[in-house]
Structure formats: structure tokens, C-alpha cells
Design a protein around this ligand. Structure first.
Ligand code: ADP
Ligand code: ZN
Length: 730
């Protein structure tokens, strides 16, 4: 009799599940995690389906499943999600599964925690320090040794001494829980009427259950977070799990603190900086448990990858700052976490909440057409006004040559400092200067691997390529004309701005926040806390500072180069610029006093600048939506990008042409290119891009799959990447 065969999906770059034989007596069902032999190694896979009619010729060549792993099975909902994402994004199913199985290879035994408690008579020799330890432990409870020492204000040696004397005993404590139970009723705020209405609506949405999408649309500081916490509370009361997605988890310590104020405990976190052990434990805890047994993890705050965790019973997904470009993953599996959150919500039949002060055009259109429900929070909490925004026309009142802060902005900073307030100078450019050139011959220092200039990073004493990370120490002599010390910096970066600020505002405490200067999440969080506490006068920052922070003493924001993101040929340039500048100026005046924003620009008449200055969000969306509709750009049409790259320019271009020629004919589809990508060379690879446009209701993924099936396969070092709904057009 032929044995039973199942198809098992493995976390490798393959679409197909492999068939394996099931040993007699092994109980296996779809979703089960198993270990199977794959070549010479063992791989963890997931049973995807029964295979009732395996190819009989293969049957006796099939290998056996090694074992069924003692882990909760992947729910049908998650398996369906994997299939959906892989289909939509044209990613190998195994690679999508891999994102679900990022639990670390080995859990291993938990590290032992040593605790102490009172066990015997008082020591022969009593000291004040020993007295304090005994007083602390008088309740007979066990405490971690370090905690006991710290709380009693003594060294660990004192505690050890008491153990040696038999007064205390040591014992192994159970592992620390990842997260303590969330108390939905710990400290609910008193809501304003508008907040209350939104909170009530969300509670009802959760109570009703089922799939729906709501947009919490409110200006920065209007209480969106507080309001969606009510939906979290309601979901937790019902014993289900909540995922809160954040675009930049490292920056979200304030949200974690606010969560703790509201719910009494911090939530579990999921992001790339978790230690392997914590990752493994979090993965297992998210997957395990029933509501009745009390979940170890009921709320996860995570980066986009948290969307692929195997929740035991996910009841709600929240996407905070839903417009943020960081939600798009641009390598490996190309996916947009906001869009896929909506998909997962649909498959799991649960509510999805999107929150933003500046929704993406896609979401705004969905809300205008009532596909998403809009919950409006029109005002800042506490009656704070939105900042007043003034343009500074760089053509008429710009700074002196070699300087980047216009006199009017400098004046405003002086006034803010005199009032004891903080000022933020925003420039979305890391390093000292974006370009270094030789004064003698005009030679510009460029990256050997990319189509890009090297950026001067003085703090680290390197010239760095922002595309591939290539870096060199600044050369002594010009490589072209051999002139010595002839290099000059062109244009500003945040480090150069710091220099200027130090000379304009002597004696002030200046802090530069830029991702390349951030050595660790802890360091960044402590710097943000310093700003919050007011121990910094001037903050100079890149987009790192734009996101969700609440700085009570910050009332002035100066945007040093408001035009920076506008001219890069990206169809989303206007939207991105509007969102980023609105967000960063929204840091001003959140607590006391009136916020003030300055936009240094060469084009004050640009619709983005005009809408920002007038505080007229609707005007911006109106113009932008009309433009998108007229040009059939998303969400009124669909886009995909095909990028062919290779280390040989001609070979890459020739392959791109052959791919284009293989495109199946379809009246609805337009194919542009191949053209050299705007960044034609990255990491030593030449890049050619095809842009595929189709109407909104067209199944672009299916079309692309047909195309890829007949397109010539890339050979040698040529690569072809497909990006459905591209966000970046470089
Ligand atoms: P948003 O997410 O819209 O930027 P937040 O929820 O972060 O707004 O709220 C901004 C600030 O106002 C926070 O410090 C928050 O604690 C406070 N806040 C908002 N609503 C209330 C409320 N009803 N009661 C007390 N504090 C509130
Ligand atoms: Zn480079």
C-alpha cells in the first residue's frame, strides 16, 4: 500500500510545496510545523495540503517527514494570507512563508535567573547594609538577586554574604514573562466629545467584529492614539490579540510609554533589533495560549514584519501613521504593510484601523468613496492650535552665501531661545555636505559603484555613498589634478547645519538627530527623552525627528530646504513632501504656546507650499487627486515596476529589451521603457526599468505572472525584480 503523502511548503525561494511521505502513525494536518530532510540538511516547513494522488512514479522516491514539531499549527487564515501575498506580489510562496517563520532556529533553555529569599536565622554580625536587605526580604518573597541588592541599596556582595551565612537561600526563578497582562481598564482618559464619539464608534466596531476598515483622521496631537487605545481595550476584553503596526519601531518609545500609562504595562515588541532569544520567545508566545489560560502576549507593537506573525487569535490590526513610506518593503518580498494589513484583516474577518494626520492619497480616496469609514478628530487636544506657517522665499530673502539659515528664521530661533523654548531645524540630509568638489579642477567625488556623489560625513571622517554604503577617508589630494587641500563642501547636511547653528546661536545646547549618528535604539530613545525633558535648546534633524514625537517645549520648526523632495521625478513626490513637512511642523506647539513653522523654499507658489501655508489640507488632496486621476496614476490606475540589473551594462539593457518584447498583448496595459533607471548604477549594477500601467480593475498580478512565464530567464549575473505598486521610483 502506498503511504500517505502531504505537500509541505518550505521557507526557501520556491513557489511550490514539496511532497513528502508521512511515516505510519504520525498524525499530521495542514498547518502543522514539521522538520523534513532537504538535500543534506533539515528544514522546518509547514504542511500545506494533503496530496491524495501523488505521482505514483515518484512515490517511492519521496522522503519521509522527520517529525512533527511541538508548535502551534499555522492557522488557515495565515496560510491563506501567505498564498495571497505571494500571488499578488509575485513572490515565491516559500519566501513569504519564511517571513512567518522568523522565530530563530533554536529556542534553547531559558537563561536561569537566580533569586534570593529569607531562609534562616539572622547573621551573627549585623550591619546597616545587611539590615536593609533583611528588611526588604522580610515578606518572605523571592526576588531576583540583582533587584534585591538594588532595591536595598547595597552591593550584590552583601546579598551573597547573607547567602553564605545561611540567612538567605538562592533559588531558580521562572523566566521573566515577555509582557504582563494588559489591563483594559487601567486608566481610561476623559475624552473630548469628538474623541468620545470616535472611541464609541471603534468600540462598537470591535464588538460587532468582522472585517471593516476605519480611518482615524485627525491633526497631529488630536488624540488618535488615545482613541485607538479604546479599540485595543475592547479587543483585549474579548480575549483576542491586537497588532499595532508602527513605521519606525525604534522611535516609538513614547507610544510604548503612553501604552503603559493607559494599560498599566508595556506591550510586547517585534522588530529587527530583538535579540534572537527574545525573538524566539515572542514568536512562540504570540502563537501560543488560549484566552481562557490568559495570554502571555495580547498586544504586539511591531514593525511591518509583525504582520506575518502566527497570532493565535488576532482580533484587530492598527496601522499607525498609515501614510509612512517605511511600510513598503523594497527588498526580498516587495510588499506594502498597510495594504497587506487590510488584506489580512479581510481574510481573518477582523477590523483594521488606519491612523494618520496626512493620509496617503490611496486611503484618502477610499475614505472619500466610503470604502473606508472616516472618524474625524478635528482639533488638537487641550485647545492647542495648529502651527502658523510662513514661507521664506529663498530667491528674495535667502541666507548669505555659504550659509543655510535665512535671517528671518535665525531671528525666530533667537526669540524662541529667549523665551526658553526649543527650536527644531529640519533638513532631510544626513552628513555634512551632499557634494564635495575640487576648487582647482571642478572634479566631484563620486561613488565607484553607484550613480551618486559621495556625501561628506565629517563626524565620522568619511566620505560615504548613501546608496551602497561605500566609504573612504577624505583624500589629501584631488585624484584628478593632484591639487592639495583643494576640496570644498557644496550644499548643506545636518552636520554642517550644526556648525552654522553653533556660530549663530553661541552657548546653546544643540543636538543632531540623524540615523547614521544613532548607534543603538537605547541611545536614540535616551536622546529623544532629553529633548522631551527640555535639556536641549536646538534640535537639528532629518526625517528621524518628524515621526510621532511629542516634545512639550518645542514651538518653532524651521524647514531648511522645503523643496528637497519635490524634484526627483517620483509621482508621489508632492504627496511625500506634503506629508513629511506637515508632520515635522506638527511637532511645534503641541503643549503650550503657539507653534510656528517656517518653510525655506525657492517655489513658494508650488501647490504643496501653498497648501501647507494656508493650512488647507483639502486643497492639497483636491489638486493631487485630480492630477492622479487625469494621469491614471494610483489609485486610479495600477503600476508595477520591472527592474533588470546586471554588472554589464549592455547585457542588462539587452535583457530588459527581450523581457519587454515578451510582454503578452493586452489592450488595457501600457508598458513604458526599458529606460535607464534614475539611479542607473547601484552597487556596481546597471539598472534598466520597465513601468507597467493598467486600469484599476485590471488583474495586474495575473498579467505579470503570465508575462514572467514566457519572458526569457535571466542568466548569469542578470537579475529581474518585480515590484507591484512601487513606492520608490529610483
Ligand atoms: P495623536 O496620536 O493624534 O498625535 P495623541 O493621542 O498622541 O495624538 O495625543 C496627543 C497628546 O494629548 C498626548 O500627550 C495625549 O496623552 C494627550 N491627550 C489626548 N487626548 C487626551 C485626553 N482625552 N485626555 C488626556 N490627554 C489626552
Ligand atoms: Zn555607492
Amino acid at each position: 500500500m502506498a503511504s500517505r503523502v502531504v505537500d509541505i511548503l518550505l521557507p526557501v525561494a520556491l513557489d511550490q510545496a514539496y511532497s513528502y511521505r508521512v511515516p505510519d502513525g504520525m498524525a499530521l494536518a495542514p498547518g502543522d510545523l514539521v522538520s523534513v530532510p532537504l538535500g543534506a540538511r533539515t528544514e522546518t516547513g509547514v504542511v500545506w495540503a494533503e496530496n491524495p494522488s501523488p505521482n505514483p512514479r515518484l512515490d517511492n522516491r519521496l522522503k519521509y517527514v522527520d517529525e512533527r514539531l511541538d508548535l502551534p499549527p499555522l492557522a488557515p487564515e495565515l496560510r491563506q494570507f501567505v498564498d495571497w501575498v505571494s500571488d499578488y506580489a509575485l513572490a515565491a510562496r516559500g519566501m513569504v512563508l519564511r517571513m512567518c517563520l522568523r522565530m530563530g532556529e533554536h529556542l534553547g533553555p531559558a537563561r536561569e535567573r537566580l533569586g534570593v529569599r529569607l531562609a534562616g536565622p539572622a547573621p551573627a554580625r549585623m550591619t546597616a547594609a545587611r539590615q536593609r536587605v533583611l528588611a526588604l526580604l522580610a515578606d518572605g518573597l523571592a526576588r531576583p538577586k540583582r533587584d534585591a541588592a538594588e532595591e536595598a541599596g547595597v552591593s550584590v556582595g552583601v546579598v551573597d554574604g547573607l547567602v553564605d551565612e545561611g540567612t538567605l537561600e538562592t533559588l531558580v526563578l521562572p523566566p521573566e514573562p515577555l509582557a504582563l497582562p494588559v489591563d483594559p481598564d487601567h486608566a481610561a482618559p476623559d475624552f473630548t466629545p469628538a474623541q468620545q464619539a470616535a472611541a464609541d464608534a471603534l468600540r462598537a466596531t470591535v464588538a460587532q467584529g468582522g472585517y471593516s476598515v476605519s480611518l482615524i483622521d485627525g491633526v497631529t496631537g488630536s488624540g488618535k492614539t488615545q482613541v485607538y487605545f479604546e479599540a485595543v481595550a475592547e479587543t483585549v476584553r474579548r480575549g483576542r490579540q491586537v497588532l499595532i503596526l508602527m513605521p519606525e519601531i525604534a522611535l516609538t518609545s513614547q507610544v510604548l510609554d503612553r501604552f503603559a500609562e493607559r494599560f498599566g504595562v508595556r506591550p510586547a515588541e517585534w522588530h529587527s533589533q530583538l535579540t534572537p532569544r527574545k525573538r524566539a520567545r515572542t514568536w512562540a508566545a504570540v502563537a501560543a495560549g488560549t484566552a481562557a489560560a490568559g495570554r502571555e502576549v495580547s498586544v504586539i507593537v511591531g514593525a511591518r514584519s509583525a504582520l506575518f506573525l502566527p497570532y493565535a487569535d488576532l482580533g484587530l490590526i492598527i496601522v499607525d501613521e498609515e501614510h509612512d513610506p517605511a511600510y513598503k518593503q523594497e527588498d526580498g518580498v516587495h510588499y506594502h504593510a498597510r495594504d497587506m494589513a487590510v488584506v489580512r484583516g479581510h481574510i481573518a474577518k477582523i477590523p483594521v484601523l488606519l491612523a494618520s494626520a496626512t493620509p496617503s492619497v490611496e486611503t484618502e480616496v477610499n475614505a472619500r468613496r466610503s470604502r473606508y469609514r472616516r472618524l474625524h478628530l478635528p482639533e488638537r487636544f487641550g485647545g492647542q492650535h495648529m502651527p502658523v506657517i510662513e514661507p521664506i522665499d529663498l530667491r528674495r530673502e535667502g541666507p548669505p552665501p555659504g550659509r543655510f539659515v535665512a535671517p528671518r528664521l535665525a531671528q525666530a530661533v533667537h526669540i524662541a531661545l529667549e523665551r526658553g523654548e526649543q527650536a527644531l531645524l529640519f533638513l532631510n540630509r544626513r552628513g555634512y555636505a551632499p557634494l564635495t568638489l575640487c576648487r582647482k579642477c571642478g572634479y566631484r567625488l563620486a561613488c565607484p559603484n553607484c550613480d551618486a556623489w559621495l556625501v561628506d560625513h565629517r563626524f565620522n571622517r568619511r566620505l560615504v555613498c548613501h546608496h551602497c554604503g561605500y566609504s573612504v577617508p577624505p583624500p589629501q589630494a584631488c585624484p584628478h589634478c593632484a591639487a592639495l587641500a583643494s576640496f570644498t563642501a557644496c550644499g548643506p547636511g545636518v552636520e554642517r547645519l550644526e556648525e552654522e547653528a553653533a556660530s549663530l546661536f553661541p552657548g546653546t545646547r544643540i543636538l543632531v538627530l540623524s540615523s547614521d549618528l544613532v548607534t543603538s535604539v537605547e541611545r536614540l530613545r535616551s536622546e529623544l527623552a532629553e529633548i522631551e525633558q527640555g535639556s536641549v535648546d536646538i534640535v537639528i534633524g532629518t526625517q528621524l525627528v518628524a515621526k510621532g514625537h511629542h516634545f512639550p517645549k518645542l514651538n518653532l520648526v524651521g524647514v531648511v530646504d522645503a523643496d528637497l523632495g519635490l524634484s526627483n521625478g517620483d509621482p508621489r513626490a508632492a504627496e511625500r513632501t506634503f506629508q513629511l513637512l506637515h508632520q515635522v511642523i506638527g511637532r511645534a506647539g503641541r503643549e503650550a504656546g503657539r507653534g510656528l513653522g517656517y518653510l525655506q523654499t525657492h517655489q513658494p507658489e508650488h501647490p504643496v507650499m501653498r497648501a501647507l501655508v494656508a493650512g488647507d489640507r483639502e486643497a492639497f488632496y483636491g489638486t493631487e487627486i485630480d492630477l492622479r486621476e487625469a494621469s491614471h496614476y494610483p489609485p486610479f490606475g495600477r503600476l508595477a515596476a520591472l527592474v533588470v540589473s546586471g554588472d554589464d551594462k549592455h547585457a542588462a539593457q539587452a535583457h530588459a529589451r527581450r523581457v519587454a518584447q515578451a510582454a503578452p498583448h493586452a489592450d488595457a496595459v501600457r508598458i513604458l521603457g526599458p529606460a535607464e533607471a534614475p539611479l542607473a548604477l547601484i552597487r556596481g549594477r546597471y539598472r534598466f526599468r520597465l513601468l507597467v500601467k493598467s486600469p484599476r480593475n485590471f488583474d495586474l498580478s495575473a498579467y505579470l505572472r503570465q508575462w514572467m512565464a514566457v519572458a526569457p530567464k535571466p542568466k548569469g549575473k542578470i537579475r529581474l525584480e518585480v515590484d507591484v505598486d512601487p513606492q520608490s521610483f529610483l
